[in-house]
Write a protein that binds this ligand. Structure first.
Ligand SMILES: [Mg+2]
Length: 363
């Protein structure tokens, strides 16, 4: 279902006309912290007007689907609890399948974790002495040493360690902050045991959202490569990477094959615009007026823009699209860092805009 070469095909029509359901990640896509990503509520309303349906698929385990739906509705993205799938629900489903009904489970995380476990017919306890059969660990901004210590004792006593997700970071208005993956590592550093992980990139949540919505041609929209994009690939769905969250262009360029998206935009308003194709031109790749071609020697790409500025400004990503496809064509099987030489002022300005220095690492 996905184009064979990431980013190359683009989308001649706006994705909102091509795909029937958008499976939207939340943190870094719809909102960052409490606030909506500017323009995104209006863009999602326009996508709905165009006939696209929306499902919300979040690795953030802190809140219940009801609370998430309420927050979305407040931000101008009307949603019902059934439109939201959290990694807490995915973890609860998996744990309920592993354990007998009424089994005791110790939750670590926000209220969403305990609520999902209770809804799945499990009994929530808060002490290792209650002999839980599993510890389910999800994100919660109130998680501290006391909860982590309790989880470690329970796991050492034989409880199964289940993590809702391993996102190392969570986007915030102050930049990336510790996500559940960072807190899970505190536990695993002590226990020495790897957890069972149930959220994205496991395809179960995307598959459940497809089942609920009856999507025939879903598009996953996300800001993380190792959860959203990898999860989309595993679910056989197309993907749109947005730069409103934790991924920057340097990280995208160095992405390994299963982390490479089909489409790229600054934010979720990219649902409403066509995406230019990237075509082969000799040994290089062209996206509208931008080309990225191999240099004579070494593993270097020369980036250049010719002709008039591209129409539809606001989309300033064409050169990055050309760079990604050219770099990935030379590195089909790995995530080597790109080395880039700009030619001309537009190319130099492009690299600066994307936070790249000429060797392709982060500025
Ligand atoms: Mg995200």
């Amino acid at each position: 279902m996905t184009p064979s070469e990431p980013l190359a095909a683009g989308s001649a029509a706006p994705p909102s006309d091509v795909y029937d359901v958008a499976l939207l990640d939340l943190d870094g896509v719809v909102y960052v912290g409490p606030e909506a990503v500017p323009g995104v509520p209006d863009a999602l309303a326009a996508a709905r007007t165009a006939g696209m349906r929306l499902g919300f698929v979040t690795n953030n385990a802190a809140r219940t689907p009801d609370e998430v739906a309420h927050h979305l509705t407040e931000l101008g993205v009307p949603a019902a609890a059934d439109d939201v799938i959290t990694s807490s629900q995915a973890a609860a489903t998996v744990v309920a399948g592993l354990l007998a009904p009424g089994a005791r489970v110790l939750p670590v995380g926000g209220p969403g974790v305990a609520a999902a476990l209770t809804a799945a017919g499990l009994v929530v306890v808060d002490r290792a002495e209650d002999e839980p059969a599993a510890v389910v660990q999800g994100y919660g901004p109130g998680v501290g040493w006391v909860q982590l210590a309790e989880a470690i004792v329970a796991i050492r006593n034989g409880a199964r360690h289940v993590a809702t997700n391993l996102d190392a970071t969570i986007p915030s208005p102050r930049g990336p902050l510790p996500g559940n993956g960072a807190m899970v590592r505190v536990v695993t550093d002590v226990t020495g045991q790897a957890p069972l992980v149930t959220g994205k990139p496991d395809p179960a949540m995307h598959a459940e959202c497809v089942r609920r919505t009856g999507a025939r041609r879903p598009l996953v929209v996300g800001d993380r490569l190792d959860t959203d994009i990898e999860g989309a690939r595993r679910a056989g769905a197309a993907s749109l990477l947005v730069f409103s969250g934790v991924t920057d262009p340097a990280t995208l360029l160095a992405a390994r094959p299963d982390h490479r998206p089909d489409l790229l935009s600054a934010d979720a308003a990219g649902l409403l615009t066509p995406h230019p194709a990237v075509v082969a031109e000799g040994q290089g790749r062209r996206c509208r007026s931008w080309t990225a071609r191999p240099a004579e020697a070494d593993d270097v790409l020369v980036l250049e823009a010719d002709g008039p500025e591209d129409e539809g400004d606001g989309d300033e990503l064409d050169g990055l699209r050309a760079l990604c496809v050219a770099h990935w064509a030379r590195h089909p099987a790995d995530g080597a860092p790109a080395r880039i030489v700009p030619r001309g002022e537009r190319a130099a300005a492009g690299l600066e805009r994307w936070g790249l220095v000429p060797d392709g690492t982060a500025a």
